[in-house]
Design a protein. Sequence first.
Length: 408
Amino acid sequence: MAYPALMLVVPGAINTAFALLLLLSLGILASGWRHDSGRGASAEARRASLPATWGWAFSLAMLALPVSIFLSQVANQRWGWPYYDAASRFLFSVPIFFALRRIAPKYLRPLQYGLIAGALVAAFAITYIPRDWGNGRLGTSFVNPIHFGDLALTLGMLAAFSIDWGTRNPHWMQALKICALLAGLYASMKTGARGGWAAIPLFVALWLWFQRRNLPPSRLAWYAAVACALAIASYLLLPEVHHRIDMIEANLAAYQSGQDNTSLGIRFQLWRAALLIFEQNPWLGVGMGGFKALMPSMQKIGVVTPLAAALGEGEVHSEMLSKLCQLGILGLIAIVSVYAVPALMFARRPLNGAASRIRSAQMGMVLIGVFFVYGLSVETFDLTMTAAFYALTTAILLASTYNENDSR
């Protein structure tokens, strides 16, 4: 419950919680401990809950990124322990997942209260204790506007999807979770991080899809119309949204007229440079940190402008292209596995099982879907806190979905 509530306002909160859960999980696995309600379950029943194939698939998927970093370092002789920092969060989520599967689901569901608190705290922080990171872009003292907006939005979305998770929520709790969604949307819009806004249609589409069996088509169409009306109202009434959306058209027009140093134009330059680097180093890339090191030469041959080269020393502005050019095809396979394997595990679960397991799986699909969208325009996992949040929340939701105990 603590880590989503504190991570955007307390430096190191998410990584501290991650470390504590990792230590506890290793202790659970080493002792062979299981919750009382799980001891009566047979080994066959536990294997049926999580087939060995999927257990191995998840483990290998979370191991793939550290391995690809190591192989690329060997090939390029570009060494550095810090490059394993964020990637290690995926690997360390594996024991957390297997340990939490042994915990009764009711002890995992307090996560929903942390999601509510986190979204509300994010809205408070962006209103009363913001930091201006330049050009009026707001975040907090240690989280930049893009990551702050994306994480706040994710907290709100997951809070909304946690309605009736495990037990039917009273009306006041449902209203509180909707307020958390609105708070997450508000915080995201205040940051002006429009890349994250692209995940909102996916969130709405997933909600409508999951509700297709519970609501008549006319009701679903009405909800879709309300969502569209709210999007239009946000554009018309909120200056931050209006300004940032209008900038897209202006940036594209400027880029077509030969002005490369716009927000979108710089991204296009960096993406072109990343693809060129990949073409020259397809299998193992140029190593972590290699993209930054090549910016001067990319500028010299005219691939990027001086401003784009300076910003490229920070990031590629694409999770996929970053891994593709720095770690090669193996790196691309690794980052795709980080998304795809948990997504497939979540997607297969709603086909059967108790309602609480299905809701856990739906929350997991939302988490992975929106993080994938975020990664299209920013390096999502360049910070340990974002990698830790994704890896830890995925592990908890998977543990709830594939729990060894019954799902009460």
